[in-house]
Design a protein around this ligand. Structure first.
Ligand code: MG
Length: 250
């Protein structure tokens, strides 16, 4: 299924995306729900972030080509950082260019969406805690990243976590083409088979550190080819089976 969250005439609801139509559901994808039979044309609603997270956990350097790009050794354990809930941004939302930065980068990433509370989950059981997958863009103020001992400032400005447009449970996360485009030009192109740490490993690993809650998202890292963006640019993240996440730079 493909899950969306949307607003229509002041009402917010979860729904199921079926081609160009959304069917509203009663309840949420994170528990019991039932289709209401009410349908909406996709182009008549405002798509919101497909869920609300308590934390967006991000993995750095998880594609071997990105590590090579930065001349860094292949990590033997995931590099982990987080983005606050205030960084969340929906499909078609505007990414705000912070006045403190002069180099704003896109990072195309496959995001895992947690479906139910997860603590100390074994790898072999991890799939049962995943609702599905979505596109994400790990927006980074690259010039601020080396200034501090850690990455929080460079990664945490408001609007720095666009994700969506929908969550799908119909894809195999270990073999998806992933691409970013700026103003229509392909900037990154890879496949999730190049991930160093895969989805079930990450859910297990992270759940042994912190309890993962329904709606939490895990950004799995970006392939090589990162670069800067400018005011007025359009950035798109395209992942096979997960649609296109499109945003502009304000
Ligand atoms: Mg990243």
């Amino acid at each position: 299924m493909k899950y969306v969250r949307f607003a229509y005439q002041g009402t917010t609801s979860y729904g199921l995306l079926e081609e160009d139509t959304i069917q509203a559901i009663k309840g949420t994808p994170f528990g019991e729900f039932s289709p209401t039979g009410k349908t909406f044309p996709l182009d008549k609603v405002e798509l919101l972030t497909p869920c609300e997270y308590s934390k967006a956990i991000c993995i750095g350097l998880n594609y071997s080509d990105h590590a090579v790009e930065f001349q860094l050794p292949i990590p033997t354990e995931p590099v982990v950082f987080m983005k606050p809930s205030t960084a969340a941004l929906a499909h078609l939302g505007v990414i705000r260019y912070p006045k403190q930065s002069h180099r704003l980068d896109y990072e195309a990433e496959l995001a895992i969406v947690i479906g139910k509370r997860a603590k100390n989950v074994p790898i072999l059981d991890a799939e049962n805690y995943i609702l599905g997958y979505t596109c994400a863009n790990d927006i980074t103020a690259r010039d601020l990243q080396p200034k501090q001992g850690q990455w929080t400032v460079a990664k945490s400005f408001d609007t720095f976590c666009p994700f969506g447009p929908f969550i799908s449970d119909e894809v195999d996360p270990s073999n998806l083409t992933i691409e970013s485009r700026v103003n229509g030009k392909t900037m990154q192109k890879s496949n999730t088979k190049n991930l160093i740490f895969g989805a079930t490993f990450l859910v297990s690993y992270l759940s042994n550190i912190m309890t993962l809650l329904p709606g939490d998202i895990i950004l799995t890292g970006t392939p090589g080819g990162i670069s800067g963006m400018h005011h007025g640019d359009t950035v798109e993240i395209l992942i096979e089976g997960l649609g296109v996440l499109k945003n502009t730079i304000g």
